[in-house]
Ligand binder design. Sequence first.
Ligand code: C2E
Ligand code: CA
Ligand code: CA
Ligand code: CA
Length: 281
Amino acid sequence: AKTAGKAGFALFDPSMNAQAVERLELEGDLRKAISNGELTLDYQPIVRARNGEITEFEALARWSHPRLGLVPPTKFIPIAEETGLIIPLGLWVLREACAERRRWIADAGANPDLMIAVNVSLTQLRQPNFVSQISAILHETGTEPRHVKIEITETVMMFDAEAMIEKFAALKHLGVRLAIDDFGTGYSSIAYLLRLPVNTVKIDRFFISQIGRQREDEVVIRSIVGMARSLGMEVTCEGVETEAQLAMLRKLDVDFVQGYLIAKPLPPTAVAQTLRQGVPV
Ligand code: C2E
Ligand code: CA
Ligand code: CA
Ligand code: CA
């Protein structure tokens, strides 16, 4: 009987079970996280490659769980997407980032053209009233659309490209700026890019990490820059960690850079100081 019991038990992978339990717990907790004030935003500067001028801050969601501590967005954003919680969460992110941006301009002497960038998921884009909700928040927070950049990962195009192209057009019409995030990681990148009214192409961190290791990746960056140029788009490189990478990206004439070398994502309290002191590049 013991052996049978053991065999029966072996049907469950205890680690899988623990993962499933944790996930269910997180899902329940995430539902309350916004109203409990457990979510915050960090802000990572994006700077002009040429001179280090801070032109925008990307808002990155942080969840401080009362028991588990910091839960990384790579863990809770997918749960938020699958449960639909990304919809209220995403609206909160935009509202919060716009309000924070106003404070930087009013109290911290930031350039009034400083932009805020927010990440938006496929689930959000699919909401029929997505564009009007964005518009309402911009109105409510006194934010001009051109001061907001919406980052959308290239992979959204894999689902319903035609619907996505329409959504992008509606956002463009509203006047917000658009960036394609994690560019180069999906498939058929170039074919879609030609049809999307985006302002910025953000080259995925992977290609930046390969600089100096893989000659081919410099070629990838060079050709994305060339293509973006001919389409009138700007190029941002994320995940810049070393001086050598920055030097190469300057040589390749990318417009904007972001990464630990320039600054890590900062809590709002550290932004004013960074705005005053600038970044070390
Ligand atoms: P992402 O949009 O590609 O954001 C860049 C990620 O790279 C951030 O991770 C950032 O902290 C990290 N990073 C920045 N510079 C460097 C660097 O030099 N080296 C390395 N290794 N990493 C760097 P984070 O904050 O953990 O966010 C992970 C992802 O979670 C984001 O990737 C984004 O897809 C998602 N995310 C975060 N906040 C939100 C949000 O408010 N809404 C949505 N929909 N997604 C979000
Ligand atoms: Ca992003
Ligand atoms: Ca990215
Ligand atoms: Ca990403």
